[in-house]
Each structure stands twice: as structure tokens, then as C-alpha cells.
Design a protein around this ligand. Sequence first.
Ligand SMILES: Cc1cc2nc3c(=O)[nH]c(=O)nc-3n(C[C@H](O)[C@H](O)[C@H](O)COP(=O)(O)O)c2cc1C
Length: 199
Amino acid sequence: MDVLTAILTRRSERSLVEPAPSAGEFAELLAVAATAPDHGQLRPWRWILVRDADRDALGACFAAGAEAGRAAEAAAKAHRAPLLATLVFQPRAGHRVPEWEQLAATSLMNHAMMLLLHSRGYGSIWRTGAFADSVPVRDLLGLHPQERTLGWLYIGSPLHERALPPRTPQDLTGKVTSLARRPEPSMAGGHLGSPSVQR
Ligand SMILES: Cc1cc2nc3c(=O)[nH]c(=O)nc-3n(C[C@H](O)[C@H](O)[C@H](O)COP(=O)(O)O)c2cc1C
């Protein structure tokens, strides 16, 4: 599958069933995804794979933070895919590469992973949710104090073959400018609501 096709046909999949990639296949894809741009090659992340009965323990953590009467619903969220790959961010404090760049590198790696999974016929969706970095979740995963979860890549095989909803073409004209062609003040401010010209 070429890159253009992979990007245009990927969809976040909400109904995921077995099979999911094995640990070996996950590692194989990750070796490729980890070639995404990463300033300083810090690899400021790690993955914790949660599958099978381990999802019960994670679901219990979700339930622990749920509103009264919604524990079962929260627990069931951990069973929405056969594999929940926990994305853990490990920022290097005080490094010359600022934290936002480390987070950007982590997100790029994750997106590459989603495209690679898609190219192999797997589906995925990045979910965070209210309990992603809650104390019970952190304890279960054994996170170090400087680490934090960025949620989970829910991974499996799409339950249904579905017709791809079209990606609606958007007018992105105002998103690209040049020094020679400055934006209209109304476009430059955009959602920021600033009347001043932005460069
Ligand atoms: C960092 C991040 C966190 C997200 N968290 C959730 C979430 O907790 N629950 C959810 O339903 N969608 C979440 N989303 C949105 C989906 O992953 C997905 O991008 C969205 O449904 C659009 O689908 P598409 O990827 O097919 O365009 C999140 C997206 C990102 C980038």
C-alpha cells in the first residue's frame, strides 16, 4: 500500500476483534515506526501491551474512577479491542531538546504505527479518556514519577468491512501563506480572534 493510499484510507476503528498483532509483529512494526523524526533520537516513550485477562485489571482501574453506577460501563471499555497498547511518554527533563519536541516525536511515531498497522490490515484508534493517567492506572502499569500515559492505541482487526466515509475536502487556503502573499487580517487571526497579521 503506497503512502497516499494508506493515509487516505486509514480510519480510526471503534469495533475491533481478534486477531491483533503478536508481540513479535508489534515489535517489527515499531522498529519501522520509530524511524519517524525524533530530535536527538531520544525515543522518549515506551509501550506497555495489555491484552487477554490483563484487560480485566485495566478495566478495574477504569471502574475505580467512574461515577457511581457506571463502574461496569467503565470496566468494559478495556475490552473494546483485543490489544490495548499503552503509550507512555518519558520526557527527558532539562534536555536541550524541549519537552514539546519530545512529545511531537512521540506523536509522529504513534501516527506512523497507525499507518503501518493499517497497511497490514489491522485497525486502530488512539483513545485517552478520563482515567488515562489516573493513580490506579499508573500503579497498575508501574509508571515512574516522570512518566505519563498518553492513552492507548486500541488495536485489532476491524469487525466490519465498511464503505469508507469520504474525507470531506476542506478549504485550507488560509492555512498556507507566504511572505509575499500575506493573509487577510481576518484569516490571519483565525480562531485566535486576533485582528493583527500573523507570520
Ligand atoms: C491524542 C488523541 C486522543 C484521543 N482520545 C480519544 C478518546 O479518548 N476517545 C475517542 O473516542 N476518540 C479519541 N480521539 C480521536 C480518535 O482517535 C480519532 O482521531 C477520531 O475519532 C477521528 O477519527 P479518524 O482518525 O478516522 O479521522 C483522540 C485523538 C487523539 C489524537
